[in-house]
Structure formats: C-alpha cells, structure tokens
Design a protein around this ligand. Structure first.
Ligand SMILES: [Zn+2]
Length: 530
C-alpha cells in the first residue's frame, strides 16, 4: 500500500514539478503513507490546486533570438499560459546579415520545435525581419503568418529573390573554386524556392487598423510604422490565465517623421510591454534639405568629371526613395536631365508595387510621381530586366546613375557594378543606408584600400560618400517622439535592433528624458519575464 502511494506520488512528482517541496520531508511521506485513501485524495486535490496556483503565477516570457545588441536577425519568441497550456508565438523571423558569424546564427536551432509555434506576427518585409521564415516553415512550422497586405505583396518578391541569391552565390563560388580563384568562406543555402512557396501559402494578410482575434485570448492590430511599404507596429492585446489583460507593442522598424515616400508613424497611447528598435538611437539625422544639397553636389561633380554614380540601395524602399528624390530635384531644376538605371529586378517589381499602393504614400510623394507621369521626358529612367543588359552597363564609363541592390553590397548585381567601378577614380559611390558590421558596404564606408570581390582583390579608387539623411529609420529624436505617444510609462521597455552603443545611449535617453524606470537592453537568447 505504502509503496503504491509512493510510486503514484513519485510519478506525480516527475510530471508536476510544482509539488516538489511537499515531498521533501519525511513527515509528509509518512503522513501520506499512513493517512489512507481519503487523505491521499485530499492531498491530491491540494497538490492540483497548488500546481494551478503556481502556473497562474507564471509570467509571460520573451526570448530575444536576434536583433539583440545588433540590427539584424529580428526574432522575438513569446511564451504565455492560455487555458492551462503553455503557448508560443513569434514576432518576426528575420535573417542575420553580415559575414560568417551571421551565417552561423542563421543555421542555429530554435529553442522550441517550430511545429509548437501557434503563429508568427510579421512587422514588415525587410529580410532582416522576414528572411528566415522559409527555414522555419521547412522545419515544421505550419501555423499562420500575419502581416499587412502590402507586406505580403513585397514578400512575394523578396523571399524568392533571397532563395535565388543564395543559390546564385553558391554556384558562383563553385565555379571559382574549380578555376582555383576562390578565397574565403563558401556561401550557404538556407532554403529553396519550394520552401518559399510553402511559406507564402501560410500568410494571412491584414489591413492597417483591422483588429482580429488570433485566438479567443489574443487580439492583433497593425498600425502604420512609416518605415517601408506595408511596415507595421504590432499591437497585441493578451489575456493570460489568471492575469489582467496585457498590451504588448512591438515597434518593428519605425520610420522617420517627415521622410519621403512613407507617412509618419502612428502613435500608440498605451502599453504594458514595449519592444522598441534603436538602430539610430544614438544620433540625429541630417535634415532633408542638407541631404538634397549633398546629393546635388556629389552627382554634379561626378557628372562633370564624366564618372558614374553607383548607388547601392535596398530594392524595397530605398530605391523608390532615391527615384523620388532624384525626380524631385529635377522637378525643382536643382539637377539637370539625368540618365538613371535601376538594375535590380526586385527593385523594379517593388517600384511597380509602390505605384499599386499609391494611396499609402505621403501626399508630397504622390504629387511628385504624378508630375513625372505628366513629364516623362524629364528623366531618362530605365529598368534593367535581364542579366545581359545588366552586364552591358559595364561598358558605360561615365554619365550614368546606377541604382542596384543589395543595399549592404553583399550580394546581387551591385557587386558586379562595384567590381567594375571601384577601380575608377571618377566613380562616386553613394551610400544611403545602414551598413552592418562585416558587410562590404561597411568596409567601403570605413575607407578600405581594397576589397575582395568574387574571390579577387579589387582596389578602391572611387570616392565613397555617405549620405545619412535618407534613413528609413527614425533618429534618436524621432524614436523618443514616438515613445512620448504612450501616455503612461509601460511596465517594461525592451530596447532592441541597435548596435551596443546605439542601444545603450537610447536606453539612457528613455530613462532620463522620459523618466521611464524599467528599460532593458536584452541579451541574445536570454529569457525575460514581463
Ligand atoms: Zn526594416
């Protein structure tokens, strides 16, 4: 009899860790052993009650799988208790970018089996927020992926391109290896085109402002983040077991107020938990007018010297912003007639999509694009489709503005243009976006003398100009202004998506300028209760 109780209780002990303390003393064991079946049942009820109490005391947890102390690999795993069960969902599932270390992180395993995730909330289409979704789905995640309609349309362009680039990089490396010309690491393929298709089939697009029940206990609303087309702030209202309703706000990437193309970010007035980006948390951007003058200077000087202007630009967002700015400068007669080549099939598709979502653009951009429609001869604007046409640009020694991707120069056609133009001193390279540590773009910004492209050393004789005012991210003042939209301090604020210096300066600003007490810069893979 005693041993039967003990066996049963030992099993209970193993399966329900909450009861452990009750069995740590001899008295309890002997009490249970001598009290008979009634006492045992009562104790069982008490244990069950104790267990439930402990489960209720459990707090929601967020584990930051990326974008913690860096700007890429945005992935936040949320764990909570709903109807007595531990549930998980993910906010963003982005790719780490920049060198071998990033590849190793991309190949890392999830802390929980992907099939145990209920859903993914995706803030926007940029690859550092969405780029590993196909890997997640290939590893067993079968649930819905929620994002805005424009994000969904962009993903149809971005994810297949990402898969294609990975294969193309590997094929190129294999060719060079055969020729004995390859030096350095061999590229890794993270997922296939088929896995991208599988991912796209799991997407459930939503409109801004549409409140939906992801399940009876979780509501989601997307608000406009003003960062790129379709970009959203995710507002989640969560009713955990035994807890008051909690509002969690994930900023995604916040756009710069007054920037070209996108409207200003929406303010959110209340939250218990805020996860905010800090890409430029330690600096202020130059004004748009300063940016325009810099652009006019570099382009005019380079055209007079019969050189080319090469602009590495993210295909989504930055390319369309550059087109808008150049169009606007011609419209204002600050620049003469220009020959612009957009050499990125993805940028071409994204530009068409921008036209499709015309009503989501800010008013001034709508006016400039309409002007160009009525004055098509004011610019010689060409979109390059096939590879042969792209290669023919290598013959142009001067007078061209070439906008190409990727934005950090690590992959895509831009690498060919840099390969051909970096050795020419008449060339100007205009860097307009954030360049992560380890990326080719960052090395150019850091004024290296030579770079290794396609396994070969290439001297950098071109001039490199960084024009900072075009960022799609809010600067320190913009981020603080967005946070001021919360009428009361959140219970906890996490500062993510920034390099260590930027995140640290911004967290201090939040504490000092806003007087918020509980501000945390999470470490990668650490779990935080909130
Ligand atoms: Zn972004």
């Amino acid at each position: 009899m005693n041993s039967l109780y003990k066996d049963f209780l030992v099993i209970t002990l193993i399966h329900k860790p909450g009861v452990r303390i009750l069995f740590d003393t001899r008295e309890t064991c002997s009490l249970v052993a001598n009290s008979g079946i009634v006492g045992f049942c009562l104790l069982g009820l008490a244990l069950e009650f104790e267990l439930i109490q402990r489960e209720y005391a459990k707090k929601m947890k967020i584990q930051f799988l990326g974008a913690a102390g860096e700007v890429t690999g945005s992935r936040h795993l949320v764990e909570l208790l709903l109807n007595g069960k531990t549930r998980h969902f993910m906010v963003d599932y982005g790719m780490f970018q920049g060198g071998r270390e990033a590849t190793n992180k991309n190949l890392g395993v999830m802390p929980i089996p992907p099939k145990e995730l209920d859903f993914v909330v995706l803030t926007h289409a940029h690859i550092d927020h969405s780029g590993l979704l196909p890997r997640l789905c290939a590893q067993g995640f079968k649930g819905p992926i929620y994002c805005t309609t424009a994000t969904y349309e962009l993903l149809k362009i971005l994810l297949p391109d990402s898969a294609h680039l990975q294969f193309a990089d590997l094929e190129r490396a294999e060719r060079k290896i055969k020729q004995g010309k390859w030096r350095g690491e061999i590229p890794v393929v993270l997922y296939s085109r088929e896995e991208v298709e599988m991912t796209l089939a799991q997407i459930e697009p939503l409109e801004y402002g549409q409140v939906i029940n992801l399940n009876p206990k979780i509501q989601l609303e997307f608000r406009n983040a003003g960062h790129i087309l379709g970009s959203a702030i995710a507002v989640l209202d969560i009713q955990e077991d035994g807890k008051q309703k909690k509002r969690c706000v994930f900023s995604g990437d916040i756009g710069m107020k007054g920037k070209v193309l996108m409207p200003d970010p929406d303010f959110i007035s209340a939250a218990d938990v805020v996860v905010v980006e800090s890409t430029y948390g330690d600096r202020l951007h130059r004004s748009l007018s300063e940016t325009e003058s810099e652009l006019v200077d570099v382009i005019s000087t380079t055209m007079s010297a019969h050189g080319n202007v090469i602009i590495p630009a993210f295909a989504v967002g930055r390319t369309q912003e550059m087109l808008f700015l150049l169009m606007d400068l011609v419209r204002k007669s600050k620049l003469p007639h220009l020959s612009i080549w957009v050499d990125s099939p993805m940028a071409t598709a994204a530009t068409h999509l921008t036209q499709h979502f015309f009503s989501q653009l800010d008013v001034q951009s709508q006016a400039t694009f309409s002007w160009f429609k009525n004055n098509p001869d004011s610019l010689d604007l060409r979109f390059i489709a096939d590879v042969e046409e792209s290669k023919s640009l290598n013959k142009i020694k001067g007078g061209a503005i070439i906008i190409s991707a990727s934005g950090m120069c690590d992959a895509g056609r831009i690498v060919h243009h840099l390969f051909n133009n970096l050795p020419r001193k008449q060339t100007a390279i205009i860097i307009t976006g954030f360049q992560a540590y380890g990326s080719l773009g960052r090395r150019l910004v850091d004024k290296v003398q030579k770079v290794r492209l396609f396994g070969e050393d290439v001297p950098v004789k071109a001039s490199v100009h960084t024009i900072g005012g075009l960022s799609a991210h809010a600067d320190q003042a913009g981020l603080l202004e967005w946070l001021r939209g919360f009428t009361l301090p959140p219970k906890i604020t996490f500062v993510v998506h920034g390099e260590p210096e930027s995140a640290s300066v911004f967290a201090q600003c939040i504490r000092e300028d806003l007087g918020w007490k509980n501000v945390i810069i999470p470490e990668r893979l650490q779990i935080y209760e909130c």
